[in-house]
Structure formats: structure tokens, C-alpha cells
Ligand binder design. Structure first.
Ligand SMILES: Nc1ncnc2c1ncn2[C@@H]1O[C@H](COP(=O)(O)OP(=O)(O)O)[C@@H](O)[C@H]1O
Ligand SMILES: [Mg+2]
Length: 260
């Protein structure tokens, strides 16, 4: 289970992306970057954050701790900024928080490079989950304590918006040419890339996917805009597992054999 906390104070919005995540303090004295279910993509972005973030963690990618954070209407009513107030009031109930990394800086590839093997893990996770949101325009990687952390997995798993045929999604090519870590991964010897691919694919087992999907609250799944009216949370979890397993069991033509 993800830890469950209650928001005590809305601190400030992060106006970088479009979804207006905010910094929030909680009753465990933690400070979190919160993704609100009332934002544009609704709960789909929150599902993707949990599934991709927690799968990544199990594949050896550094991801800030995730929590489920309960938001009371009172916090919204006290908020003077109208845009933020509307978002908070549309998000009363359960939301997703990630541990705020104080003093972290955005990765820019200029002054410091992560170990190639770490870059390749993130790159593989993004290719598996179809995450197009880790480009130079939007690096979504932070350097904190001289280590690389992966954030912002809300735009992955695009199948959840339209539920296309599983084999088609599983075989979909993935444009990694603008990926922030592409240059580094491309410089790895082909044999290492192949070994990495095999190692990570072996780690994506049905059991791991079940474990990760169990962390998603039922209500996030049932509130998906694309969920059929008669869908059950268990049924939807099976669907997610089916897509991800099919992609990892495919010939993985989406993974580069050599330099990109
Ligand atoms: N856990 C975190 N610790 C510190 N800063 C963060 C954290 N998560 C996000 N940020 C900052 O907030 C920005 C927006 O968060 P992000 O998750 O990328 O959302 P979006 O791009 O959807 O607005 C990031 O680019 C980063 O600068
Ligand atoms: Mg972002």
C-alpha cells in the first residue's frame, strides 16, 4: 500500500507544466508535490504516475516516494488564487503526492551525466510505457544529492485514453530521438544495450505488475474518463497488465540495438 496522508496546507503552485501541480504540506510533517485529480487529464495522469513510477522503482530507477494525499474542501476555500482554488475544489478527496526533493535542480546534461547504466534504465522504462515526456524541452529528471531522479510519469500509458488493440500498442515504435538521456544511452556498446534490455524485460513479471497495479486506488481507476460504465477496478487492473506484458513480451523493436 502507498502511505496515506492528509493535506494540512497548500503552499504554492508549480507553474511549469500545464497541469498545475502544487507543493503541499501534510499531517506527517512531509512536504509533497501533489498531482491533483481535478487537473486536465483527470485521474488517468495519477494512475500513470503510480504505475510507471512504482514499476520504475522496482526496475532500479530512482523515483521520489509516492503517497496518497487526502484533500479537504476547507483548504480550497481558503485559497485566494482563483485558478488554484478551482483546481483544489475539483480535487477534494484522494490525490497523489510525491516526496518534494528540496534543493534539487533540473537535469540539463551540461555539467553532469548520470552513469550510463542508470540512464539506460530510465530510457527503457520510458520506451516500455510510451512516456514521451522526457525530452530536452521537458526533461522531467532532477539532480538531487548528486543523483538522478525520475519524475513526472503522468503522460505515459496513453493506451488508457482509448484502449486500442493490445498487439498494436505493444508493437508501437517509440521515438527516442529527443529523449534527454538518448545521447548517453546511444553511446553504450550494443552488447550492453542488449543485456540491459533482457535484464529489464525479465524483471517485468506478471507478479510485479500485479503488485504495482494493486497500489492504484480503485477510485482512480473507476473515475477514468475512458472507463466503460460497467468496468470494475479489478478488470481495469487486468487490462493495464495485459498491455504492459504484451509490450515487454513483444520483439521489442522499440528498443534501439545501437546508437540512436
Ligand atoms: N518531487 C519533486 N521535488 C522537487 N521538485 C519537483 C518534484 N516534482 C516536480 N518538481 C518540480 O515541479 C515541476 C513540475 O512537476 P512535474 O511533475 O514535471 O509536472 P508537470 O510537468 O505536469 O507540471 C518539475 O519540472 C520540477 O521542477
Ligand atoms: Mg513535467
Amino acid at each position: 500500500m502507498l502511505q496515506h496522508v492528509t493535506a494540512t496546507r497548500y503552499v504554492t503552485p508549480l507553474r511549469e507544466g500545464g497541469s498545475l501541480p502544487g507543493i503541499v504540506e501534510a499531517d506527517d510533517l512531509g512536504t509533497y508535490v501533489v498531482k491533483f485529480r481535478g487537473a486536465g487529464q483527470g485521474s488517468a495522469a495519477l494512475v500513470s504516475e503510480i504505475v510507471v513510477g512504482e514499476l520504475g522503482r522496482r526496475l532500479g530507477v530512482r523515483v521520489p516516494d509516492l503517497v496518497l494525499i487526502e484533500l479537504d474542501a476547507e483548504i480550497g476555500r481558503r485559497e485566494p488564487d482563483q485558478e488554484v482554488q478551482e483546481l483544489l475544489l475539483a480535487s477534494v478527496g484522494l490525490n497523489l503526492g510525491m516526496d518534494f526533493l528540496p534543493g534539487s535542480i533540473g537535469f540539463d546534461g551540461m555539467h553532469w551525466q548520470p552513469p550510463a547504466e542508470e540512464a539506460a534504465r530510465i530510457y527503457w522504462l520510458d520506451a516500455l510505457t510510451g512516456n514521451v515526456d522526457r525530452t530536452w524541452a521537458n526533461p522531467n529528471t532532477l539532480i538531487w544529492h548528486r543523483k538522478l531522479w525520475a519524475i513526472d510519469h503522468g503522460a505515459a500509458l496513453v493506451f488508457q485514453h482509448s484502449w486500442p488493440a493490445v498487439p498494436a500498442w505493444a508493437a508501437r515504435r517509440y521515438d527516442l530521438s529527443k529523449h534527454v538521456l538518448g545521447g548517453q544511452v546511444g553511446a553504450m556498446p550494443a552488447a550492453e544495450l542488449k543485456a540491459m534490455d533482457e535484464q529489464l524485460a525479465d524483471a517485468v513479471t506478471p507478479e510485479i505488475l500485479t503488485e504495482v497495479l494493486a497500489l492504484v486506488p480503485d477510485e482512480f481507476l473507476l473515475k477514468l474518463n475512458s472507463a466503460p460504465a460497467d468496468a470494475s477496478a479489478a478488470g481495469l487492473r487486468e487490462r493495464y497488465a495485459e498491455y504492459l506484458l504484451a509490450r515487454r513480451s513483444s520483439d521489442r523493436a522499440w528498443w534501439p540495438e545501437s546508437a540512436v
